[in-house]
Write a protein that binds this ligand. Structure first.
Ligand code: SF4
Length: 407
């Protein structure tokens, strides 16, 4: 990152009025005060008066008091914010990395891996100049390597199109590879304190309960309403940076999927689900996704030096990662000939989307390994300890650790 980040636009699209703003205008046309309007605030919310706040939590027709809710979240966040490494300075590049990592894995894992990753790629430029394979290798263990590739591509675009500095503008951020609506809102608000909304799973759950949204979880209708609410709320925030992080953190630590701690929640007096004593009923359940169970043979083939045979995978999900040969032994007949897979020596479980896979591990001897030299980019012999420096899916590590101990 060279110098300070460039400011392309000071106001986000949302700050200029989205669907919710239009909705407020419609309500005024009907002669009713808009929720969160200045006059409504003067009447309903007096700081330091719990009764006034409680009475103003839901107005007569059930509209949420956006301003009071935003203030409650910000105040709660300032008192309860976790110490996270990128919160010291909110450096945009660090916020971006943390954002991508957090989409993929638990926060404890992100906190553990973040310092090492940032030390390896301290600036956008350092990543843009690295080889993609170095970025993917550094991502190892964080899963879903496509995100690492998109981060790399995005870093190169920032060098080419934005002179090496992340733009302080949600729309411009969305034009960068790997940055969608949510990430753009998150980076714009957290790194640049702009009024950009975010909706992730935690936010969707909180607002689904806050407004008792009847649309099922993960439905388009819920998503639309969640974005409307998030936009309306961030418009009223004093600090979009604190508000958005507070809403996410509230969802992660208080308004949890099971047993939300409504007694500790700063939104309890505003929350429709809590007021109806039905917090557990929201978000409404989505239709069940059918899970497919699969059993697949997995081959751990060693040579006389103890090296293991890997195959570089292809396809959009696993592209470029090292796999252990798996599937029917017959499909490896050429160039790898497995005459007899041998007995199952162990099993590992692995899940991808709605597939639950049981890999049955075999340790066969391949009879025509010499022919693997025909495809040197595809087949690789590596000692188990070398695995860490190559991108690989988690089942590979699980299988090798089952046979050889920690690799
Ligand atoms: S009151 Fe309960 S259900 Fe409502 S937002 Fe807070 S924790 Fe979630």
């Amino acid at each position: 990152m060279r110098g300070r980040s460039k400011v392309i636009g000071q106001r986000s699209k949302q700050a200029d009025g989205g669907p919710e703003a239009n909705g407020q205008r419609r309500e005024r046309a009907k002669g009713r005060p808009a929720a969160g309007g200045r006059r409504a605030q003067q009447v309903r919310v007096r700081l330091g008066s719990p009764r006034a706040t409680e009475a103003g939590a839901l107005d007569g027709r059930g509209a949420l008091d956006y301003r009071a809710i935003a203030r409650a979240v910000e105040t709660w966040f300032r008192a309860n914010a976790r110490e996270l490494p990128w919160r010291d300075a909110y450096t945009p590049w660090h916020v971006w990395i943390a954002e991508v990592m957090a989409q993929q894995t638990r926060m404890e894992v992100v906190v553990g891996r973040f310092p090492e990753f940032v030390a390896r790629f301290p600036t956008i430029e350092s990543m843009a100049r690295a080889a993609e394979s170095d970025v993917v290798a550094a991502w190892s263990g964080l899963g879903y390597y496509r995100r690492a590739r998109l981060l790399y591509r995005g870093a190169r675009e920032v060098i080419d199109r934005f002179d090496g500095e992340l733009p302080a503008d949600a729309d411009a951020l969305r034009s960068i590879s790997g940055i969608g609506r949510y990430s753009a809102g998150s980076i714009a608000s957290v790194a640049f304190n702009l009024r950009a909304a975010i909706v992730d799973g935690n936010v969707a759950r909180v607002v689904a309960r806050l407004d008792a949204i009847e649309a099922p979880w993960k439905s388009g209708a819920l998503e639309r309403r969640a974005w409307e609410l998030a936009e309306a709320l961030v418009r009223e925030a004093k600090s979009p940076r604190h508000f958005n992080q507070g809403l996410m953190e509230l969802g992660a630590s208080v308004c949890t999927p099971r047993n939300p701690a409504c007694g500790d929640c700063p939104l309890a007096v505003y929350c429709r689900a809590k007021q109806a004593d039905r917090a557990g009923d929201y978000p409404r359940r989505a239709a069940k996704v059918e899970v497919t169970e699969m059993t697949i043979p997995l081959f751990v083939i060693a040579d006389e030096q103890g090296r293991i045979l890997f195959r570089r995978g292809e396809g959009s999900l696993m592209n470029g990662m090292l796999h252990l040969p798996h599937g029917s032994a017959a499909i490896y007949a050429d160039p790898l000939r497995i005459a007899e897979p041998g007995p199952v020596v162990g099993t590992v479980k692995h899940s991808i989307t709605n597939r639950r896979i049981t890999f049955e591990i075999h340790t066969p001897v391949a009879s025509s390994m010499g022919r693997l030299a025909d495809a040197p980019g595809e087949w690789h012999w590596l000692a188990p300890r070398e695995l860490a420096s190559h991108a690989h899916p988690s089942y590979v590590r699980k299988a090798l650790e089952l046979l050889f101990g920690k690799v």
